[in-house]
Design a protein around this ligand. Structure first.
Ligand SMILES: [Zn+2]
Length: 154
């Protein structure tokens, strides 16, 4: 997502478009972008800075942490704001800033019922987690208590 300074008139410019999802550099196997990264930005130059404000969004497929179902989740950055100092190059690359802000809205523990309408059938998965907890094993110690160790001590 590059902006050429010559592209920006004094009154600023409204940029609407899409970028390939490769810019997100997602290595997470449970996060699959379903569409391009869309942007709707107002870009301008103020003093020695270029600024960009607006909205970013991309639909991704996530895996529910509870039921392991895959579901579509809209990643939205409603108030993206970036400021880049103009230090020389005429082409400003907003990609790292865009990537950073989008990854920030990625839920750490995605759930398919995030929308308040879906019912997550994940109780089964939670039950498995409870079952996996270590169970008390007092029997081995009980057996030791029953041993008569006095002959060995003496
Ligand atoms: Zn779920």
């Amino acid at each position: 997502m590059k902006v050429h300074l010559l592209q920006v008139p004094p009154e600023g410019i409204h940029l609407v478009g899409k970028e390939e999802t490769e810019i997100l550099e997602l290595n997470e196997p449970h996060v699959r972008p379903l569409d391009h990264v869309a942007y709707d930005l107002q870009v301008g130059i103020s003093g020695t800075s270029l600024f960009a404000i607006g909205r970013l969004w991309v639909d991704v497929e996530l895996e529910c942490v509870s039921c392991l179902r895959r579901f579509v989740y809209p990643l939205v950055v409603p108030d993206f704001a970036a400021q880049v100092d103009l230090t020389g190059p005429e082409v400003i690359d907003l990609t790292p800033l865009v990537r950073e802000d989008i990854l920030l809205v990625l839920p750490a523990h995605p759930r398919c019922d995030w929308d308040g309408k879906t019912t997550c059938p994940g109780l089964r998965a939670q039950g498995q987690m409870v079952d996996a907890e270590p169970t008390q094993v007092p029997s081995a110690w009980d057996a030791l208590d029953d041993l008569d160790l006095k002959p060995k001590i003496n």
